[in-house]
Design a protein around this ligand. Structure first.
Ligand SMILES: [Zn+2]
Length: 238
């Protein structure tokens, strides 16, 4: 069941391709984005794009590793089930509230509709225009919204069940086996940067010299990984 709920979430967030991507992430840890692209037969940029969409909701995290040969960074991604569960509950609850409100609206109001489907108005609004459609002049008819009400009730029941199910869902906490493997090259650089040989340094070394020597970490190639405000964007269902 967990899988189905997460799949629904993945699809909401990143569409059909997002769903496929999620399929390659679930139950795994640190999956290379290049492998993902290869397995999904999608371009690396597009895959990153999908991943960033997940990341907007903190649903994935990554580590990166420098590729020794090529010199660039490879990102390894992991889906966060704990966060997934949290988000699902939030979204389901929000939807539930929304549907309850709609049900209330439908139940306590009478609606009038144009036979040509131009408008749908509450009775008070319909009265104001003498029950005449402003578009086509037809007389508005009282609508039987019992089916809408029935549908809404069903949706509400389903959502309640979902909230309960998701709340009881057991999720895996991400445990990374190892931290980023340090490639030899990287190690060397780091060592230099950290400990400078102390021996010589009795007197203050000349400034010029030291300044040049300090090995700075290479400026990481900027890869902006946006972390936008959570939420908001998922809304679109249906
Ligand atoms: Zn009309």
């Amino acid at each position: 069941m967990k899988k189905e709920y997460f799949e629904e979430l993945a699809k909401d967030i990143a569409g059909k391709d997002g769903l496929d991507l999620f399929g390659k992430l679930l139950g795994k840890i640190d999956v290379s984005e290049f492998k993902l692209a290869e397995r999904l037969k999608l371009s690396i940029n597009y895959v990153r794009n999908l991943l960033y969409r997940f990341q907007d909701f903190s649903l994935v995290s990554f580590i990166r590793q420098k590729d020794a040969k090529k010199g660039w960074y490879i990102y390894y991604w992991t889906f966060d089930e704990v966060r997934g569960k949290e988000l699902l509950i939030d979204l389901k609850k929000k939807k539930l509230e929304e549907m309850k409100k709609r049900l209330e609206e439908e139940s306590k109001n009478e609606f009038y509709v144009c036979p040509n489907k131009d408008v749908r108005l509450k009775v008070e609004e319909a009265m104001e225009i003498d029950f005449k459609c402003e578009e086509c002049g037809s007389l508005l008819e009282k609508e039987d919204n019992s089916r809408t009400i029935r549908n809404l009730k069903e949706i509400i029941e389903k959502l309640k069940e979902d909230v309960k199910n998701v709340s009881e869902m057991k999720v895996e906490i991400v445990k990374r086996k190892k931290k980023v493997k340090k490639k030899k090259k990287v190690k060397k650089v780091k060592k230099k940067a950290k400990k400078k040989p102390k021996k010589k340094v009795k007197k203050k070394p000349k400034k010029k010299a030291t300044k040049k020597k300090t090995v700075k970490k290479k400026p990481v190639k900027k890869k902006t990984v946006k972390k936008k405000a959570k939420k908001k964007r998922v809304k679109k269902k249906k």
